[in-house]
Design a protein around this ligand. Structure first.
Ligand SMILES: Cc1ncc(COP(=O)(O)O)c(C=O)c1O
Length: 465
């Protein structure tokens, strides 16, 4: 459908090249232009309301609330000091305040925080830090990085290489050399018949060890892992997984980097996904909910051992010759400081724990639906995976774009959800009420019904299914 002449969608079609978008389709149809947000809702240019079931891009923890308080904190900072950088021993006061706060919140002892503007940039920077560390320690061969099939660590050249989704590599000439992908810990998809979660976790750890031994432990520097794999389809690790993975990493002196970009700041019911799943990372990356999505900011935290290696090599080289103009930008830092105050004052993470059972109950209530293969989730993040055949777990032909079509139908019912192939992902604002969670899943149920009708009409399901 072509956009209405002179609408914002028509201008979007004419002037805007989007990420993660079929540009030809956008040129014909124009984008979905959002003009306003309030509470857990967003509004399009015609004033239609949508429930924001993915909290923006897994980031708007406070929905579109707390706007006066956060804009005031940002405005106050802008008036005092709208920019300062962090090169050559300089920094803004508020950036120091944020670094101190983050270190105090860390799930395991961390030494220092470093700031970036996006999750991709943070993960890219960690790859450089790890290289710099091992060169400084006189083990220049210890450089390869392990990630996992279906991982998402961003899109820049190195972080995008760690991402384990084929579409992110195709035609971008990724991955770069030195990136390895081990098994995806998705029990429903990759567990063998009769294999328990614990047995599957053991097999994942054995497979990791095999990969390390085949490559040579002295060549491997670090493994990146999201506590819950988000953009891969909300994959919750099987029981005992990280315990077993970490035992292997420790054996071969391989660092664990926890990518907390989605899980950090309460999403799984604790401050950190690392706490929910017993991870003891050497390095962490975080973004998104750090500023409730309101300002671009990301951070890295590193433990003392990593810091000392970076420190000593920086002294040898005169400086750690890496930095980003907007690293620790004062307006973003002021926003993050205030967001963290809100999380603490309003006990937002306790609220996630209180709401999670209701969210998960509604999510799992779709388990018996004939199109649903698996419902999975933890805290306030989850996914519902659709299948053609419940018994054999056979997926639909990817060409049918079942997930994308359901999303379109959900859109018509006033719900924004995200497809990862045929898994529909939910990540509501952490401040949603039970009634808003109910409304999210009620809208989803209508879209699922429409999807079933469409599939039957097109002959992709037997009428009896
Ligand atoms: C776990 C994880 N890491 C990294 C990123 C990349 O962050 P950004 O899009 O800010 O570059 C994302 C983005 O969704 C993510 O989910």
């Amino acid at each position: 459908m072509s956009p209405r002449p002179n609408s914002l969608a028509a201008k979007d079609a004419a002037f805007h090249f989007h990420g993660y978008t079929n540009a030809l389709k956008n040129e014909k149809e124009g984008g979905f232009v959002v003009t306003r947000g309030k509470g857990v809702y967003i509004y399009d240019e015609d004033g239609k309301e949508y429930m924001d079931g993915l909290a923006g891009l897994w980031c708007c923890s406070l929905g579109f609330g707390e706007v006066p308080r956060l804009t005031q904190a940002i405005a106050k900072q802008m008036q005092a000091l709208p920019f300062y950088h962090t090169f050559t021993q300089k920094t803004a006061a508020v950036t120091v305040e944020l670094a101190e706060k983050l270190v105090s919140l860390a799930p395991v002892p961390m030494s220092k925080a470093y700031f970036c503007n996006s999750g991709s940039e943070a993960n890219d920077t960690v790859i450089k830090m790890v290289r710099y560390m091992n060169n400084g320690l006189g083990r220049p061969q210890k450089k390869k990085i392990i990630s996992r099939v279906k991982a998402y660590h961003g899109v820049t050249v190195a972080a995008g290489s760690l991402t384990g989704l084929p579409a992110i590599h195709k035609d971008f000439d990724l991955p770069i050399a030195g990136t390895l992908h081990t098994d995806c810990p998705h029990h429903y998809r990759f567990g063998q018949p009769g294999e328990t979660e614990e047995q599957f976790a053991t097999r994942c750890a054995e497979s990791l060890e095999k990969l390390i031994l085949a490559e040579g432990p002295d060549t491997i520097a670090a493994m990146f892992a999201e506590p819950v794999m988000g953009a891969g389809g909300v994959i919750v690790p099987p029981r005992t997984y990280f315990e077993k993975i970490q035992a292997v990493l420790q054996k071969y002196d391989i660092l664990l980097v926890a990518d907390e970009v989605i899980c950090g700041f309460g999403r799984t019911g604790n401050w950190w996904g690392s706490q929910t799943f017993g991870m003891k990372p050497d390095i962490m990356t975080m973004a998104k909910q750090l500023s409730a999505g309101f300002m671009p900011i990301a951070a890295i935290m590193m433990n003392q051992r990593v810091y000392e290696a970076l420190r000593d090599n920086s002294a040898k080289n005169v400086a750690f010759a890496h930095g980003i103009t907007y690293s620790g930008h004062p307006a973003s830092a002021a926003c993050a400081v205030e967001v963290l105050k809100i999380y603490e004052e309003q006990k937002i993470i306790d609220g996630v724990r209180d709401l999670a059972p209701h969210f998960l109950k509604r999510l799992h209530s779709f388990a018996d639906h004939p199109l649903v293969g698996e419902c999975r989730g933890v805290g306030l993040v989850g996914a519902i995976e659709l299948v053609k055949d419940k018994k054999t777990k056979e997926s639909f032909d990817p060409k049918l774009l079942v997930g994308a079509n359901l999303v379109r139908m959900a859109h018509d019912h006033g719900l924004i959800v995200r497809p990862v192939a045929d898994a529909l992902c939910f990540c509501p604002p952490m401040v949603a009420t039970e009634a808003e969670i109910d409304s999210t899943f009620d809208r989803f149920a209508r879209a699922l019904e429409d999807t079933e009708t469409w599939l039957k009409r097109e002959g992709h399901l037997s009428a009896a299914a």
